[in-house]
Write a protein that binds this ligand. Structure first.
Ligand SMILES: Nc1nc2c(ncn2[C@@H]2O[C@H](COP(=O)(O)OP(=O)(O)O)[C@@H](O)[C@H]2O)c(=O)[nH]1
Ligand SMILES: [Mg+2]
Length: 244
């Protein structure tokens, strides 16, 4: 009992949020993280890739309110892609756990306590949010986008057998050491990165748990997913098929 208590006290969560043109979302997401993680030790690491919309100005204002030890701004000069944004954020993380989530409110911070609780209950190395089990879902996507996401998951399920229902989602909690290990063995840079991460983690035998989330399409700003990303995804799938 005493030990469990101590364990809880010493856990720290580094929440990495990559941003590109998220001026309208970043304050809200940070506010909501603070609201939902009341008794938890955490820091937020914003990795902004030189957003022309002034995302960083907003983050700097928030640092004045919450403190520079709670909100870390670790910017890069230009848009360099999501995979390397996570690696960059991870370098600055001081927690023993790392959460990765989007800035656009598609990943609602209200789920964070569920991720943390599930990890504590099971001792899992990774807890991943899933849209594709009971209790999870997608809101606000048109049929095409739903089919693309579903198709991507079904394809990957069929060929890769990872034992995880949502491969392309990116709302996840990792033990930091596990994230460091898995991220270093990943080669992809774009959207395929999420799938590569979880497939490699599963192949390495890490304990992965899933919690249902409802993914809500962004209200402000625009998605960076395009046709070329779909081609990249398919290439990534084939690559994983032959290399893992
Ligand atoms: N730092 C950084 N963040 C990015 C980059 N591309 C996308 N993001 C952020 O990554 C998250 C997911 O991107 P988004 O466009 O919403 O993808 P979607 O949800 O799949 O449509 C958001 O927080 C974006 O601001 C990038 O190249 N660099
Ligand atoms: Mg999004």
């Amino acid at each position: 009992m005493e030990e469990q208590h101590q364990q809880k006290e010493t856990n720290k969560y580094s929440i990495i949020i990559p941003t590109y043109n998220e001026r309208l979302n970043v304050a809200l997401i940070i506010y909501l993280v603070f609201k939902h993680l009341k008794d938890i030790d955490f820091e937020i690491i914003v990795v902004d890739d030189g957003s022309p919309d002034g995302t960083q100005d907003i983050v700097k204002q928030l640092q004045k309110v919450y403190g520079e030890d709670r909100i870390l701004l670790r910017a890069r000069p230009k848009k360099l892609g999501l995979g390397t944004a996570y690696i960059h954020g991870l370098k600055h993380a001081s927690g023993n756990f790392v959460v990765i989530m989007d800035a656009d409110l598609s990943h609602h911070p209200k789920y964070l306590p569920n991720f943390i609780r599930r990890q504590a209950e099971t001792g899992a190395s990774i807890v991943t949010g899933t849209r594709y089990v009971n209790g999870g879902g997608v809101h606000g996507w048109n049929l095409m986008r739903k089919l693309t996401s579903r198709g991507a998951n079904v394809l990957a399920q069929t060929f890769l057998w990872p034992g995880v229902s949502d491969l392309t989602g990116s709302f996840r909690l990792y033990k930091r050491s596990v994230l460091e290990d898995v991220i270093n063995s990943c080669v992809s840079k774009g959207y395929v990165f999420q799938m590569e991460m979880i497939v490699r983690a599963s192949r390495k035998g890490y304990h992965i748990e899933e919690v249902p989330i409802t993914f809500v399409d962004r209200v402000y700003g625009s998605s960076k997913l395009g046709g070329s990303e779909i081609v990249e995804y398919l290439k990534g799938l084939v690559y994983l098929l032959v290399t893992t």
